[in-house]
Design a protein around this ligand. Structure first.
Ligand SMILES: Cc1ncc(COP(=O)(O)O)c(C=O)c1O
Length: 432
């Protein structure tokens, strides 16, 4: 049985020993400003030196409780010893050979393990990538290739990545698309998560400007991530499956953020018992190494050699990290995500009762969000931003999502004590 608690020596969290940012952090941020792209979205001045479990230590020795997992990536916790050991052993043996042109076992082994666990009727075929955007990019290509159709339906609020194909599906924030057009043609966005939206698709768009026989894929997040951790209305995802079945459209589910155990199932779509045609994943798949995957029903991957390939995707070091990650997820972390998620939502519900400007929580497993509201009950983005800043100054790392939401996406290894610490810090801020 897996030991959930991995704490090899960092002090109790949080443990702040300087004002923030400390002097070393300030110096690095100055250097960063001079040489890195201004497009990165740093919400607060955290300069990380080390991570362990749910804790990260900055360059000045301040220790933080991490409820971001590096944007939902370090699912097994920072530097899980089993993941690190697998990476170390593989690095000493083979760093790279390119799975596009050659074979090596870690790539096959991870594909075998994912194929067994993919929620398809008969196994899966796997194409490895380096990121979520690249997984979605490849999924669009596969869907168009297989169906010989060009149109794609995506959703407002969706985030699928920043490369041209993935960005063309993204419908989250104007800044992510402004001045980058023209986009990949053939993408139609409709509102996310409601039956009203699917009514609009079926009753208004299909008979007028979007014949369903010309649609290659409907690309949907099982739970909308960047858009605000929005759980769709009951029946929404099964209805998309039904529409796809009726018109020969492929259902592509983006599980880049919601997958790999985060919601208490390996893939969030499993909560609805829906079998998609293609799943895209990345982020948590290798606990922090750059890896992504396109999983498809085996019969869909008909593209010939050369149609799609990548130099680095499925790198052997990333693949062994993926194998160790999957083992740890199935050995207890998925269950832990479910249990800790319930605790977190219960705690946030209590906070909502004390502080009505915090909405009720939503989400599944450890993919949880709350909105901040003003006195009239409207979304209050400024208050959200202020709370995230204040949490940082008190040693709690949080991220925003949606218009005014705080997202909680800690490593899946988090324990009840750490959940309580996070809730207490939030309560202190709201009460101050
Ligand atoms: C649902 C979803 N899809 C795709 C992506 C893009 O992933 P990446 O940043 O690895 O390209 C993200 C990133 O936040 C995401 O949340």
């Amino acid at each position: 049985m897996l030991s959930i608690s991995v704490n090899l020596g960092l002090p109790r969290v949080p443990n702040l020993v300087t004002s923030l940012p400390g002097p070393r952090a300030q110096a690095i941020i100055e250097r960063d400003r001079a040489v890195t792209s201004p497009s990165y979205t740093r919400d607060y001045p955290l300069v990380v030196a080390r991570g362990e479990g749910c804790m990260v230590e900055d360059v000045d020795g301040n220790v933080f409780l991490d409820m971001t997992a590096g944007i939902a990536v370090t699912n097994t916790g920072h530097a899980h010893p089993e993941v690190v050991a697998a990476i170390q052993a593989q690095s000493a043996q083979l760093l790279h050979m390119s799975g596009t042109d050659f074979y090596y076992e870690p790539m096959v082994e991870l594909a075998e393990k994912l194929a067994v666990r993919a929620p398809f009727p008969q196994g899966a075929k796997v194409f490895f990538t380096n990121s979520g955007a690249e997984s979605n990019e490849g999924a669009i290509k596969l869907a168009r290739y297989y169906t010989k159709r060009s149109h794609i339906v995506a959703f407002l609020g969706a985030f699928h990545g920043r490369t041209y194909g993935a960005m063309s599906l993204t419908g989250s924030k104007a800044v992510q698309r402004a001045n980058f057009g023209p986009f990949v043609p053939g993408v139609t966005h409709i509102p996310y998560g409601t039956h009203a939206s699917l009514d609009y698709l079926e009753k208004q768009l299909f008979p007028t400007i979007l014949p369903p026989e010309e649609i290659a894929a409907i690309v949907v997040e099982a739970i909308q991530g960047e858009g605000g951790y929005i759980v769709p209305e009951s029946g929404f995802l099964p209805r998309i499956r039904d529409i796809c079945d009726r018109y020969g459209i492929l259902m592509v589910v983006d599980e880049v953020q919601s997958g790999m155990g985060r919601t208490g199932r390996l893939f969030a779509i499993e909560h609805w018992g829906v079998m998609p045609d293609i799943i895209t994943t990345a982020k948590g798949i290798a606990s922090g190494l750059p890896l992504g995957a396109i999983l498809s029903r085996p019969e869909l991957m008909t593209w010939p050699p050369g149609a799609h390939a990548t130099t680095f995707g499925g790198n052997p070091v990333a693949c062994v990290a993926g194998i160790a990650t999957l083992r740890l997820l199935e050995d207890g972390l998925i269950t832990n995500a479910s249990q800790m998620g319930e605790l977190l939502q219960a705690g946030l519900t209590q906070l909502h009762q004390r502080f009505p400007r915090l909405s009720l929580p939503r989400g599944k497993g450890l993919m949880v969000a709350v909105d901040l509201l003003d006195e009239e009950g409207n979304l209050d983005r400024h208050m959200r931003d202020r709370i995230i800043q204040e949490a940082f100054l008190r040693g709690l790392l949080l991220l925003g999502c949606g218009k005014a939401a705080i997202r909680f996406c800690p490593p899946l290894i988090i324990d009840s004590n750490q959940i309580q610490i996070g809730l207490d810090i939030l309560a202190d801020i709201l009460g101050s």
